[in-house]
Ligand binder design. Structure first.
Ligand code: HEC
Length: 151
């Protein structure tokens, strides 16, 4: 009995592993995550350009962006690249240059953390705009190298 259940566990594990790198799941999930990053970042920018920026909305938005940024490395499992046959703007070099790609994800998380820390203490655009620019630079640095620009 024990052996059978062990075999069943192994089989269940294999199914879980296969699901983890199913590009039909991983790629749309990543693109949804990135869309949420984009919407959240736009919300922050819109607040900073508003006549009267809402400090609470900025605090919440920047916290949300920081949480999302921490998830980015997990959105790129092996097997979810352009060779998978699923439409993606992610370049194959993400998986051949993993250290550099990871460094760019870390740079994003550092910038979003600094922004969220800033927004904890201030809703002043003069304080937050330079921090937002750092975040924007981190998005661009990764997209320029690792995202095809046709979409
Ligand atoms: C570490 C690399 C990296 C960083 C940093 C990064 N992105 Fe992306 N982003 C990508 C890649 C790769 C894709 C393409 C994903 C795909 O098509 O599978 C993408 C796609 C997107 C998309 C398109 C999603 C879709 O499919 O419609 C948006 C919007 C986006 N990113 C916004 C941002 C914003 C805003 C930031 C900064 C706050 C950011 N990204 C930071 C790598 C990154």
């Amino acid at each position: 009995m024990r052996q059978i259940s062990f075999a069943a566990l192994l089989a269940a594990g294999a199914i879980l592993l296969a699901a983890a790198v199913d590009p039909h799941v991983a790629i749309p999930a990543r693109q949804m995550g990135m869309k949420q990053v984009g919407r959240t970042f736009k919300g922050i920018n819109d607040q900073l350009h508003a006549a009267a920026p809402d400090a609470k909305a900025l605090k919440e938005g920047t916290e949300q962006l920081d949480k999302l940024a921490k998830q980015v490395p997990g959105w790129f499992p092996a097997g979810s690249g352009p060779d998978s046959g699923v439409k993606t703007s992610a370049k194959a070099s993400i998986w051949t240059e993993p250290a550099d790609f990871h460094a760019k994800a870390v740079a994003l998380a550092a910038a979003t953390h600094a922004l969220a820390e800033g927004a904890k203490h201030s809703g002043d655009p003069a304080v937050l705009t330079p921090l937002v620019r750092q975040v924007g630079g981190a998005c661009k640095a990764c997209h320029t190298t690792y995202k095809t620009q046709d979409s």
